[in-house]
Design a protein around this ligand. Structure first.
Ligand code: ADP
Ligand code: MG
Ligand code: ZN
Length: 476
């Protein structure tokens, strides 16, 4: 029997507002514990929350960018539970009337476009953080994070494979970052993912019983945790058992999911409308204004990059994965770089050099126009592709322009026929055995000769001329 997985993701995204969702405290990350708190976010009695308009705007932006219907009337609700990091004893969230509903985003899997439904997006406040010291019989509570605005983005159970789940997360993250509403940092917890998973025999319509896996904090773990959980559930079913509805925790060290609590221990949150906040009414005019202000989003940009610059789908996809990468690309093209050449240098050498230093393109020491200038030197034949590699790395490391580096290091390509001929003659004279073998039919030895001459000429020989001269001389 073959099985199919059914997956729905609940993603929490921390919004990039300067202040918290219901008070004026800072949301800055990494400050001394409890220095960014006030009577509202530490849950003092008698205080009143006031909605941060920026958080509302960010949620609406996200809804519009994910094709949602924006509610002109929505409401906050209290989600009641007890935990030390939740001083009020309830979290202000949205329940039956969320700000956004019925959207979708598109992902590409194996070259096919697939729509993943967005059930809802709602706003809520984050909780604080409990800190447990090793060996101590006490815990600390840091409430700096209490009241930081979150969006919960809930997908339809439209995802079928771990790979699709990763693509969905990546696309969602790209959209959030394009919008500037969330930094998308999974390691730091500003983007968190809970996965709901069930399995069913292929062809069956009804969904199986799902388990929810929490604590997944990287793209790699989305894939690993889902793969593990799908295998586990299939095994349970094949052995005649039943998957039980429960919450499981992903343990990244062990590479497994473990039961955390069953349905019986599930919370009854006793949701009810938040009496301290008026319902949210949003004018259609404002929604339209926000819509008009949206940036060009990844899907549209990708299609434009493919058509406008004639780039392969693969290049267009990679270059538009981050707005900053796309901007760098466009600036280099605008400065005169041929699009495919710019793309190749960016996806190859530039990304490699940035990765080596763990840098993002925002921190790139190289200006887009510098790449364009270097490409011009290649087009003019001043430097060969091989020399360009050295020049590029030098530009990156020193910040100097290509022309200056070429001059300084004497890297100008040698296109002087006489000079190349001389070097070729010397190499031929020094390697009689190889010449013999080449003439005897071992044509792949040409590469050896090219290498020897290049070495003698410090990599500066014009490659086309070198090839021609070598072939001519070797057939004499
Ligand atoms: P809860 O209130 O328990 O979080 P929801 O109905 O809001 O439950 O669903 C949460 C997530 O679970 C959604 O992303 C949804 O797509 C997904 N989901 C629902 N049913 C299933 C199922 N049978 N298998 C896998 N995922 C599911
Ligand atoms: Mg849930
Ligand atoms: Zn506060």
């Amino acid at each position: 029997m073959k099985y199919e997985a059914v997956i729905g993701l609940e993603v929490h995204a921390q919004m990039l507002t300067d202040t918290k969702i219901f008070c004026g405290c800072s949301t800055k990350f990494g400050s001394e514990p409890n220095t960014q708190t006030c009577p509202v976010c530490i849950g003092m009695p008698g205080v009143l929350p006031v909605l941060n308009n920026k958080a509302l705007e960010f949620a609406i932006k996200t809804g519009l960018a994910t094709n949602c219907k924006i509610s002109t009337y929505s409401r906050f609700a209290r989600k009641n539970y007890f935990y030390p990091d939740l001083p009020k004893g309830y979290q202000i969230s949205q329940y039956e009337l969320p700000i956004c509903e019925h959207g979708f985003i598109e992902i590409i899997v194996d070259g096919e476009v697939k729509k993943i439904g967005i059930t809802r997006i709602h706003m809520e406040e984050d909780a604080g953080k409990n800190i447990h010291e090793d060996g101590g019989n006490y815990s600390f509570v840091d409430l700096n994070r209490a009241g930081v605005p979150l969006m919960e983005i809930v997908s339809e159970p439209d995802i079928r494979t771990p790979k699709e789940a990763v693509e969905y997360m990546k696309k969602l993250r790209a959209i959030l970052r394009y919008l500037g509403v969330c930094d998308g940092n999974m390691e730091q917890g500003s983007l968190r993912c809970d996965a709901n998973i069930s399995v069913r025999p292929l062809g069956q319509k009804e969904y199986g019983t799902r388990a929810e896996v929490k604590n997944i904090n990287s793209f790699k773990f989305v894939e690993k945790a889902l793969e593990y959980e799908i295998k586990r559930q299939i095994k349970v079913v094949e052995e005649g058992g039943k998957v039980i509805q429960e919450t499981r925790l992903w343990d990244s060290n062990k590479g497994i999911t473990e039961s955390m609590r069953g349905k019986e221990e599930a919370h009854d949150y006793r949701y009810f409308p938040e009496p301290d906040l008026v319902p949210i009414t949003v004018e259609q005019k404002w929604i339209d204004e926000i819509k008009a202000s949206l940036p060009e989003l990844p899907d549209i940009k990708r299609e434009r990059f493919a058509s406008e610059f004639g780039l392969p789908e693969y290049d267009a996809d990679l270059l538009t994965s981050e707005k900053s990468i796309a901007d760098w690309f466009e600036a280099a093209v605008k400065a005169g770089g041929q699009p495919k050449a710019v793309s190749n240098w960016m996806m190859g050498d530039l990304m490699r050099l940035l990765n080596e230093e763990n840098k993002t393109i925002e921190k790139c020491p190289l200006k887009p126009s510098q790449l364009a200038d270097m490409l011009r030197l290649m087009d003019k034949g001043t430097i060969s592709g091989k020399i360009a590699k050295t020049v590029f790395e030098n530009m990156y490391k020193t910040g100097k322009d290509a022309e200056a580096i070429v001059k300084e290091k004497g890297l100008v390509q040698v296109s002087d026929e006489g000079a190349i001929e001389k070097a070729v003659d010397e190499v031929i004279a020094k390697n009689p055995k190889e010449v013999e073998r080449y003439k005897g039919g071992e044509e792949k030895l040409l590469g050896f000769f090219v290498g020897q001459v290049m070495k003698a000429m410090k990599g500066k020989a014009n490659p086309q001329m070198l090839n021609e001269i070598l072939k001519k001389k070797l057939s004499q």
